[in-house]
Design a protein around this ligand. Structure first.
Ligand SMILES: [Mn+2]
Length: 232
């Protein structure tokens, strides 16, 4: 049986923007469930899923980490912030595997009391709209998941974010950094079976051989964790 992977959606028409995530999860044998909050019953259907994917998107309202809005903070959607923070806590309470991508790693951090840099210059997309790229150093020495999954201390990733993690959320360890400026590129909660966040976009890392491998390894590991959760 394919594991069911939930992706939070605040409005039904929003599903179109999540095509990349849906296609990638299906490619690695996940069944995608869109977690649309039902206002009538307030049921978010978390009970039926075996993994939670927190996808990319606009910025989180800085009130969730007690800071004033920087004018460069953009595309804020409070309903989405609330839904994703709430689903994160519900998933954690049940030890459901969580994989956060870009905005997703930021949601995980803010949900646990961490904060964000509201604007950094060097990690955005290129002027032509394509993802930029930079090296990452992966922590291999601490028995962490990403070290085990990627099995390389140095790799390259894409980059398309203008915010980044500042104060780390409770329970997390940093497992990958950009060596140029020490921007946090991956975190995980070692007390959980699979709670991993990455600042880059593995679902879009399909261009070169090396990137492809990184993408495959991460998604296979997430799906594997969801299968294990389902079989527990
Ligand atoms: Mn980056």
């Amino acid at each position: 049986m394919k594991p069911k992977i939930g992706i939070p959606i605040v409005d039904k028409d929003g599903s179109h923007n999540f095509k990349n995530y849906v296609n990638t999860l299906e490619e690695f044998s996940g069944e995608v469930v869109l977690l649309i909050r039902d206002e009538q019953s307030n049921d978010d259907h978390i009970d039926g899923i075996h993994g939670l994917l927190l996808p990319g998107g606009g910025d989180i309202d800085p009130k969730f980490y007690s800071e004033k809005m920087d004018p460069r903070t953009k595309y804020v959607n409070i309903d989405r912030d609330k839904l994703e923070i709430d689903l994160y806590h519900k998933a954690i309470a049940k030890d459901i595997p969580v994989f956060g991508i870009c905005r997703g790693i930021q949601v995980m951090n803010v949900a646990t009391g961490g904060s964000l840099h509201q604007h950094i210059d060097e990690h955005s997309k290129r002027r032509d709209g394509t993802d930029s790229e930079h090296p990452i150093n992966i922590e291999l020495d601490k028995n962490n998941l990403i070290g085990e999954i990627i099995e390389m201390e140095k790799d390259g990733v894409n980059s398309a974010h203008h915010q980044s993690l500042n104060k780390l959320g409770k329970g997390f360890v940093v497992t990958a950094l950009c060596p140029i400026d020490d921007t946090i590129e991956a975190i995980e909660d070692p007390s959980k079976r699979f709670v991993v966040g990455v600042q880059y976009h593995p679902e879009r890392m399909i261009t070169s051989g090396e990137f492809k491998e990184h993408r495959r390894k991460l998604f296979e590991a997430f799906i594997e964790a969801a299968i294990e959760y389902n079989n527990r």
